[in-house]
Design a protein around this ligand. Sequence first.
Ligand SMILES: NC(=O)c1ccc[n+]([C@@H]2O[C@H](COP(=O)([O-])OP(=O)(O)OC[C@H]3O[C@@H](n4cnc5c(N)ncnc54)[C@H](OP(=O)(O)O)[C@@H]3O)[C@@H](O)[C@H]2O)c1
Length: 261
Amino acid sequence: MIDPRPLAIVTGASSGIGYELARCCAAHGFDLLIAADEPAIEEAANRLRLLGADVRAVQADLATRAGVAALHAAVGERPIDALLANAGHGLGKAFLDQDFDELRHVIDTNITGTIDLIQRVGRGMRARGTGRILITGSTAGFVPGSFQAVYNGSKAFIDSFALALRNELKGSGVSVTCLMPGATNTGFFERADMLDTKIAQSDKDDPADVAKDGFEAMMKGDSDVVSGWKNKLTTALASVTPAELLAEQHRRMAEPGSARR
Ligand SMILES: NC(=O)c1ccc[n+]([C@@H]2O[C@H](COP(=O)([O-])OP(=O)(O)OC[C@H]3O[C@@H](n4cnc5c(N)ncnc54)[C@H](OP(=O)(O)O)[C@@H]3O)[C@@H](O)[C@H]2O)c1
């Protein structure tokens, strides 16, 4: 039987930008396979079903190969029309003060698990000659992130990887788009233990607006989108600012206690 509706996988869809990306997909006629690590993914699935989509939820730690394999296995034989690889998290404080297992989980989620899933799904898309991949990178990838050094490094990897993969898939029928949000109003900063930083206390973008930008760019097949005009300006300036100065500016925003200065 041919499914009349396209299928999208959205990772990190229990909250924030990922939940809003899943909402965009559902509103545009996609069925959904959504994933996150905590039981909240089931509540997100229930809310998304109200939009008329067929929604399945998988609870899996996408920092592990077993978690990624479980998500991929849940697809079964149905072709995947869109992969929105969005799951990720940060970790504040100075690198030497971070717990190694925690910082490794950032790398394993944001980089290893993300590219593992993209490779598994991307091979099927290439074989069928069609598909859309949206990867959530970050404007953080443009800046050496003092007091979030591993996170910013992980997003520099993702921003670069997405554009390289896009080029490799030129002419294959598979498009790759990188969504690069700036600071966005989600649970991100609390989870990263950064609530006492200036960046966590600053004005932030609405995750629904960010997701809309990403979804539209993916549907157009654009290469990348920096969400919001302020972030477009910041990233343009970052490309002509000495890296040492960028690292110092990041310290002022992300150093523990900076919210009180
Ligand atoms: N908020 C910002 O300022 C900002 C800016 C630029 C880019 N981003 C990126 O945007 C993406 C979404 O973040 P957000 O801001 O929307 O934060 P969020 O509300 O905390 O959402 C993160 C999502 O990723 C999931 N996730 C994290 N680690 C996971 C793992 N190992 N396995 C499975 N799921 C995992 C979370 O699920 P669980 O709770 O179940 O773990 C949650 O659904 C991330 O890639 C982030 O780096 C955020």
